[in-house]
Design a protein around this ligand. Sequence first.
Ligand SMILES: C[S@@+](CC[C@H](N)C(=O)[O-])C[C@H]1O[C@@H](n2cnc3c(N)ncnc32)[C@H](O)[C@@H]1O
Ligand code: SF4
Length: 386
Amino acid sequence: MPLPPLSLYIHIPWCVAKCPYCDFHSLARRGPLPEGPYVRALLDDLDRSQAALRGRKIQTIFFGGGTPSLFAGAAVGEILEGVNRRATLEADCEITLEANPGTIDSRRFQAFREAGVTRLSLGVQSLHDPSLRRLGRIHNARDAYDAMEAAAGAGFRSFNIDLMYGLPDQTAAKALADVRAALAVDPPHLSLYELTIEAHTAFAHDPPVLPSEDERMAIEDAVTQAAGAAGYDRYEVSAYTRPGYRCAHNLNYWRFGDYLGLGAGAHSKLTGPEGVTRVARIADPARYMGDHDRIASRRLMARRDVVFEFLLNALRLTEGFSQDLLYARTGYDFTDLESLWAHAVTRSLLWREGDWIRTTPLGRRFLDALLAEFLAITEIMPAEVS
Ligand SMILES: C[S@@+](CC[C@H](N)C(=O)[O-])C[C@H]1O[C@@H](n2cnc3c(N)ncnc32)[C@H](O)[C@@H]1O
Ligand code: SF4
């Protein structure tokens, strides 16, 4: 069986300030960033991860965070040169970098482009100043417009705008105004995330008043319809694109491809002869830079967990998944997992058409509940390793 496509994820764990809703591995920087030592640690980590690369090309690279745009273009260039020396990149390798509008200017964007970045992802979140303040963002709407304009003019192949909805005090009209303002910039790609209150965040300790369940439904309908009416294709639960601009890196996650994650707190999913292994790097940047043993945990997955995680990802895609993809990633075909689909198809939550399975609009709306059912079923499957 051929191995899945391989992506590279590079985690930059620092931000200017920690946002109260964020549970990503990130911490507020104190003083200048240790760019040199961190770049050396990343490349040393890659040297020690050669077994994962053997014979495989890297399809996509993603600098995520934290706030990768805090790094200078030269540091990003050094990382990419180092990766190029140690690995083979696919000819049209998509290289994305996440940027916070409070940390960039057009010169910095130009430097990222010259370093080899092909795609930017801008964390705009909202274009309404009171919402940005409530979210603890370090930028205002003016900064976000400037960043979007600079991204559009810097010659990247593509750029994405992240917006959040269901914000404190938000109404459907306000959410719609946010999305329409972002659409007016005509981004090739748009991500619309409903704000979730994650455990261990400042918002979890001191929760803001969120719109009611009914209001949240109305907001979701309004924002998804606005993106659709503007000609964007909703190809994943939160991702909207102009034709030809899907995010290849995220598509590899959703199709349950492999990825090597480098950097403090980064996660990997790698397939080998023994099965699918999940690896986590130590999250503390000082220890990540100071220690050659950077692995916090390594776990060979049980086959039933592989099935569940495949569904967790692939059912997010509007296209769903084919029997061939299910078989390639899990070793099961549709008939082996009949107990999963049959009931969901009867209740119009899933469509099964020939060799494809995907969610119906109803299934997409209640995806979390559907996945909870799948989890309960897969948990009682035999626990053989993958
Ligand atoms: C890893 S963050 C990185 C972006 C960059 N650090 C920034 O914030 O500008 C990726 C995106 O996830 C979304 N996000 C983060 N926390 C979220 C939450 N609790 N609920 C919904 N979306 C969230 C935001 O839209 C954010 O831009
Ligand atoms: S800037 Fe982004 S990664 Fe950093 S704390 Fe805020 S949301 Fe999280």
